[in-house]
Design a binder for this molecule. Sequence first.
Ligand code: XIL
Length: 380
Amino acid sequence: MMKLFTLKSLLLLSFVALLSSCGETTTTASSKETKKPSLKKVFEADFLMGAAINDGHINGTDTIALKLIQKEYNTITPENIMKWMYIHPQPDSFYFEMADKYVALGEKNNMHIVGHTLVWHSQIADWMQEVKDSVAMAKYLEKHINTIVGRYKGKINTWDVVNEALNEDGSYRNSIFYQVMGERYLELAFQLAAAADPEASLVYNDYNLWKPKKRAGVIRLIKKLQSKGIKIDGIGMQAHYSLVGPEIKDIENSIKAYAALGMKVMMTELDVTTLPNPWDLEGAEVSQNYEKFEGDPTMNPYPQGLPDSIQVKLAQRYEDLFSLYLRHRDDITRLTFWGVNDGQSWLNGWPIKNRTNYPLFFDRNFSAKPVYERIMALKK
Ligand code: XIL
């Protein structure tokens, strides 16, 4: 009996010892993990750091990516799942499964959660394209915004309320919304969003906002909303750039101009294409596709890997951009990359399909590229 008891106690003791040693190892490993530098920690005093995330990240099936997101970033944006065609596919039906998971992921990790995007001409549901009556369209906008913003009230911190409403010359894009309602749709969208969640930060988001004429258009829009007492908190500069353009000075002039009107500025879709772009194409109009270049090897020069010389250029370009952002850290609140690793970037398929691009900080194996250390070193 005694023997048995001793044996039992021994077993129990060793089990407890094993458990606590496991605990210790885990704690040590995770505290090591948390001590590793990361973008969010290094730039903690400057900006929120984030990435656009896709289905695999949200579902948790892409476990390596998810770990990286949790380590590096304190803000997330949904790359596609909240766009009209997915979240509001029929006039009377919404699909919230993925959006709910997305928001839960952000909450679980204590992240600043961005909603992208409420009103946009691209990736819109087919039925919405058919709405030709302004009263009906206003009703649908109301339903769309009230339902979605209302559902995530107090959870989604920032909304890209309207995306890409301007042409390159600063005039209004002739989108379905503009055709049917005129510029009133923008005002209505911001009003509805503000009413549905008064605490959320409301953003106008667009590409090429460094262009002087487009900048002037944004300024007109901000002033108009402000003069009508309509809430707008920030301007999202998408920041889809190349190795050579746009010039830092142009970007800087826009940051200053928006900030001068009381706007917070965010770089919402950061990436730098490393592939040739010989045609007259700037910006990020997603419907542009250059089929004639598909399969042309001169348009896809690095299928096996990025040459060191281009790697250096990429790091230099990002350094120039981050130096600018740091100079304006008082006005810039967030930097969000459009994607997590190079293989997952939309720039492998746009504007020419099936290319191998290298626009982000992490390579196809989720390893940090030289640009990562270079940017972290800016804060040393
Ligand atoms: C892109 C996504 O990355 C792609 O997966 C999708 O096929 C098309 O849209 N500007 C925006 C983003 O505001 O929503 C776009 O995202 C890229 C350009």
